[in-house]
Design a protein around this ligand. Structure first.
Ligand SMILES: [Zn+2]
Length: 247
């Protein structure tokens, strides 16, 4: 992205863009809490109306020892996370968890466009185009968000990890995290992680002290790195999705 465009779109400003309505597109229920939680919270704080579209019911993921129907449990988990974080609402599509791409890109894009048609977002919020935590579903969801944004001519912000945090996590937990160099981070938004921690509380052990997710929130502290994946006017050439590999 050239310097002029970056300047116009804002860089390292400490606050999220001035959007009145935001649509977050995620693959799994817990992506709304452990992942986007703090930035959703920051948008809500600015007065933005936030909607979350979760493309699966998260049924492939095991909640250790949890009784009952997993898809229903994870639906409840998303609803309670959304409750804590304060977005206006959430909806879940019934695409295959763990194999999201099998739903077909056309259907995924349709789901995003349908959600956008009901909340009129100023922009989309997604996971980064590289697999932040080595899960191909995240890349697929982001790809669908970007395709839909092209149809809708909307900007897209990607939730990213900075290199210092990823390097530290990879050192402590093995090579699971993909990051960007500091110059590729467009926005560093100041966030408050208390509600994100509460929203993540019911999740697996990794969200508890000593776990990778807990540690990540600790290292990220009150800063959330974001990248512009698409401008309102057109795709950002060097950030096309689909290049990440399952790791
Ligand atoms: Zn996920």
């Amino acid at each position: 992205m050239n310097r002029e465009v970056k300047h116009r779109m804002g860089r390292s400003v400490g606050v999220p863009p001035k959007w009145t309505s935001v649509l977050a597109v995620i693959a799994h229920p817990d992506d709304a809490s452990f992942g986007l939680g703090a930035i959703l919270d920051a948008f809500v704080f600015t007065g933005a109306k936030v909607e979350v579209l979760c493309l699966t019911h998260g049924q492939a993921w095991t909640l250790e020892g949890a009784p009952g129907d997993l898809a229903a449990l994870r639906g409840a988990e998303l609803a309670s996370a959304v409750d804590v974080l304060g977005p206006a609402g959430s909806e879940m599509a019934d695409c295959p968890d763990g194999a999201l791409s099998e739903a077909g890109q056309a259907r995924l894009v349709e789901e995003v466009i349908a959600a956008a048609d009901s909340c009129f977002p100023d922009g989309l919020l997604v996971f980064d185009t590289v697999a932040v935590e080595g899960h191909l579903d995240h890349v697929t969801a982001t790809s669908a968000g970007l395709m839909a944004a092209e149809t809708l001519a909307l900007p897209v912000l990607g939730w990213a990890l900075s290199e210092d945090v990823a390097a530290r996590l990879n050192l402590e937990f093995g090579n699971r995290f993909t990051s960007h160099q500091n110059q590729d981070i467009d926005l560093r938004v100041t966030v408050e992680r208390a509600r994100q921690r509460v929203a993540s509380h019911s999740l697996q052990d990794e969200a508890l002290p000593g776990g990778a997710r807990w540690r990540r929130l600790e290292l990220l502290a009150n800063t959330q790195s974001l990248r512009w994946l698409r401008t309102a006017g057109g795709a950002v050439g060097d950030r096309a999705p689909g290049t990440a590999q399952r790791r």
